[in-house]
Each structure stands twice: as C-alpha cells, then as structure tokens.
Design a protein around this ligand. Structure first.
Ligand code: IPE
Ligand code: IPE
Ligand code: MG
Length: 247
C-alpha cells in the first residue's frame, strides 16, 4: 500500500481525512451582501478559522492547512492588504493562547518574510509557543503560492547538485517532496474550497495530486462545523483509486 493510500484515518465509521486543506474564500462577498466593508468580512472569516480549528479537532483530523493569504493577494488594493496584515498581527498577538488551549500546533508555510521582520518574529514566537501541542496540527499558508514553492524547491535541489552532494539521477519524487515546505507532512486527502468558486488558485499544487476536491456554496465567514461534517461525509463516500483499476 502506498503512502497516499494509507492517508486516511478510520474511526469506527467511514474514513476521515488525515490532512484537510481549505481554501477559505468568500469574505469579500459576505461583507458586500451585508453592505459592510470588506475588512469586516475578513474579521468574520478569522472567527470562522477559530470555529474550524475546534471542529476539525473534535472530528479527530490531525492535520489542517488553511489558505489565508496567497502570493497573488498582494495585488489587492493597499488598504485591503493593510487590513489583512493587521488582522494577521492581531491574531498572532492575541489568539495564540487559544491555540495553546485547544492543543493546536501552529506552523506557517509561504513567505513569512514578506510581512516584515517584526511579523516574521511574531510568527516564530507563535510557532514556538505551540510547538509542544499534539491534538491538531494547524498550518496556515501566508503569502503562499504553489508554483513559488516548487520553484524554491528546484533552487534548493539545484544548489545541492552544484555542491556535488546530490546526483541529478538520484532526484525522484521523494527528493522533491523533501524540499517542499510541507516536508514531513502527509499530502492533503481532502481539499475544501468555499464560496462556490471551483479552482485551486495556486494552492498546494504538488501536494494535492490525489486530494479529493469538495466545493461548497457557503461563503467562508458562514462556514460551520456542519459544513465541515458534510464535506468529510462526502469524502467518506468517494472512491479513491490513485490510477489503479478497481475490481
Ligand atoms: C478570502 O476571501 C480571503 C482572502 C483571499 C484573503 P476574499 O477576500 O477572496 O473574498 P471574495 O472572493 O472577494 O468574496
Ligand atoms: C484564494 O482566494 C486565496 C485565499 C483563499 C487566501 P482568492 O480569492 O485570492 O482566489 P481567486 O483570485 O478567486 O482565484
Ligand atoms: Mg476570493
């Protein structure tokens, strides 16, 4: 059995994902529908993150990766970028204790340095404070882009070849996986995107090779434990084949 085929934990009932990834989309539309500024949509989205960490922990999902800010989101108007980075700093300063209480270990993937040295230091502090937690691993993707991650891995591998510590012929999928920011983390089994959009938007391109995709019509700030349970139930009904013939 391949690593991918093992990648679901079975409780008593149908399988649940070992690693759930979520593209948290629809904050802006949620705010617009209420005549509110987009910033309040992002704030409500951050509350949905807290609910989801708790709900995923309750379901026994050990790995959760949340797409919070893409490398392309820097293209948004400066005031929206400011609102988003301000919210990030607020949560790093005031909500890490909640993660500690929930037994969640925080890791950031993406380019933390893009947010400045002070925020990068606060990210490191938050990661350190939660490093001993084992109930659920929460990865948050910040200034993250799947293609940028693959390009960075290629550079790192090329450096090792240039140094003479790695032969080009020895480079295989395991080598590449080890140079991704998710090294050591199982690939996502289930990818949820909210808001009704049906695209990947440059998220975990390498890692989601065999993820089951679930698109839900809910806007992210309205996402609840029930939406999560519905997506996990849908995952449980999927037949995963990994290219093999069945029957
Ligand atoms: C997701 O909500 C949050 C981020 C991408 C930062 P959006 O801000 O993309 O919301 P919509 O898609 O405009 O509704
Ligand atoms: C993807 O959402 C990024 C995050 C959820 C952080 P976007 O709203 O940025 O994606 P597009 O622009 O609709 O593809
Ligand atoms: Mg969007």
């Amino acid at each position: 059995m391949s690593a991918a085929q093992q990648a679901a934990v079975t409780a008593d009932g149908p399988p649940i994902p070992l690693h759930l990834a979520i593209i948290m989309d629809g904050n802006g539309r949620w705010a617009a529908a209420r005549g509110l500024p987009r910033a309040l949509g992002h704030k409500a989205g951050a509350e949905a993150v807290k609910r989801t960490v708790e709900a995923a922990g309750e379901l026994g999902i050990p790995w959760l990766t949340l797409f919070a800010f893409s490398s392309e989101n820097w293209r948004r108007p400066p005031d929206e970028v400011r609102d988003l980075t301000g919210l990030l700093r607020h949560y790093l300063r005031h909500e890490v204790q909640t993660l500690v209480e929930r037994g969640a270990r925080l890791r950031i993937i993406g380019d933390r340095h893009a947010f400045g040295a002070e925020t990068a230091a606060e990210i490191l502090r938050a990661e350190d404070l939660t490093a001993g937690n084992t109930r659920i691993n929460v990865n948050v993707a910040l200034s993250y882009g799947g293609r940028a991650e693959i390009a960075e891995a290629a550079r790192a591998i090329a450096r090792r070849v240039a140094e003479g510590t790695l032969s080009p012929d020895a480079i295989d999928e395991t080598t590449v996986a080890r140079h991704m920011q998710t090294a050591g983390i199982p690939d996502p089994d289930l990818l949820i995107r909210t808001s009704g959009e049906q695209r990947i938007s440059n998220f975990l391109l390498w890692q989601c090779a065999y993820a089951e995709l679930v698109f839900q019509d809910v806007l992210w700030p309205d996402f609840t434990a029930e939406h999560l349970a519905a997506a996990v139930a849908e995952f449980g009904r999927r037949e995963r084949r990994y290219g093999a013939r069945v029957g």
